[in-house]
Ligand binder design. Structure first.
Ligand code: BGC
Length: 348
């Protein structure tokens, strides 16, 4: 079968390969892949900056944002033939650590977890894949092709959960949220913010393309300036870029008792001049909190499903700015200025 593979840590090594059918060891559920979303992590893997091949192998099948249709499943499993499913990305570490032992693999403590399409386990960008039923999330058939947005939404659902946990340490009645970055993660974060009735402000650099309208049509406010000028002292900041200067901006301009959640992974080295004592003083005297958030567990996929089902379908559709067939994978991996989410169509 065809699969998009890469040699991790080797730039320019991505190619369309012919590989063996998926191994039984990946699980008893056989899934036909319909679509794969491309994200910043895939771009990093393709650029040679991230990623791990499965043990004893040179190449990794790419793809962790998936949508597929079940071809066969054991009797009595929670998913059955014909169901639309999304594969969970992370697998618990084999030790397992305390968190992995209770299904909170997104908080794995020893780093021995694997991630499909990213870390030591083949991804979903092949014509078929196998999976254990507990890692296949059935999606509402009404969502159809939009199910491919489930994985990035699960990342955002976890970030919101972290904000709730940290905010809930005292009386918590947030109103204003700043989201940095109007990529798919930023826009989906804004979606959930609006669904919660918050006053959402999204910051990005572009003034053209689909992003300003996508934000406005959500009922949120789009900004291109600096946080301190247009939206000082928000209750919540969700940072979705990983751009070092924005991360510190987010921390510096948080309101009293505010929570900043960082979801973007910074690449390379970036030295900044920061007034560390001012930052510390402000954070201590105003009880501010900064929390990092990565990955998602089963509970977050369920929350993501609820957010997607409640969202306006035509708005969600506009997030997918390009669809390309698997044969055109090279175009899919070439970032275009107006891209929000690019989707590779693997099957129909
Ligand atoms: C994925 C997460 C993963 C993270 C780090 C993200 O792009 O969506 O599932 O944990 O990368 O590898």
């Amino acid at each position: 079968m065809k699969a998009l593979t890469v040699q991790p840590l080797t730039a320019g090594s991505a190619r369309l390969d012919d590989i063996a059918e998926p191994p039984d060891s990946d699980g008893p559920v056989l899934v036909e892949t319909l679509a794969i979303g491309v994200c910043g992590t895939d771009m990093e893997i393709v650029s040679g900056a991230y990623g791990w091949a499965p043990p004893g192998r040179d190449r990794l099948v790419l793809g962790h944002e998936s949508l597929g249709r079940v071809l066969e499943a054991p009797t009595g499993a929670a998913v059955g033939a014909g169901d639309l499913v999304v594969g969970i990305v992370r697998r618990p570490d084999p030790v397992p650590c305390g968190n992995c032992a209770v299904g909170e693999w997104d908080f794995c403590h020893n780093g021995l977890y694997t991630e499909r399409g990213i870390k030591s386990h083949d991804g979903y960008c092949s014509e078929r894949y196998r999976i254990h039923p507990e890692f296949a999330v059935k999606i509402d058939p009404g969502l159809g092709a939009l199910g491919v947005l489930m994985e990035p939404t699960s990342i955002v659902a976890k970030a919101w959960e972290q904000v709730d946990h940290v905010g809930g340490r005292a009386h918590w009645d947030p109103h204003v949220v700043v989201v940095t970055g109007a990529g798919p993660i930023g826009l989906l974060t804004a979606l959930i913010g609006v669904q919660r009735g918050l006053d959402v402000h999204v910051f990005d650099q572009v003034t053209t393309g689909p992003k300003p309208d996508l934000v406005a049509d959500l009922g949120a406010t789009y900004h291109t300036g600096r946080i301190e000028h247009s939206c000082p002292h928000p209750d919540i900041v969700i940072e979705c870029t990983g751009v070092a200067s924005l991360v510190f901006d987010a921390m510096e301009h948080l309101g009293p008792g505010g929570v900043a959640c960082l979801t973007g992974v910074s690449g390379g080295k970036h030295a900044l001049r920061v007034d560390a004592s001012m930052l510390n003083r402000g954070m201590v005297l105003e009880n501010q909190a900064v929390v990092g958030s990565v990955n998602a567990n089963r509970r977050h996929y369920d929350a993501a499903a609820a957010a997607l089902v409640a969202a306006d379908r035509s708005w969600l559709q506009r997030l997918v700015t390009r669809h390309l067939p698997l044969e055109h994978w090279q175009d899919a991996l070439m970032r275009q200025p107006d891209d929000v989410k690019v989707v590779i169509e693997v099957g129909t």
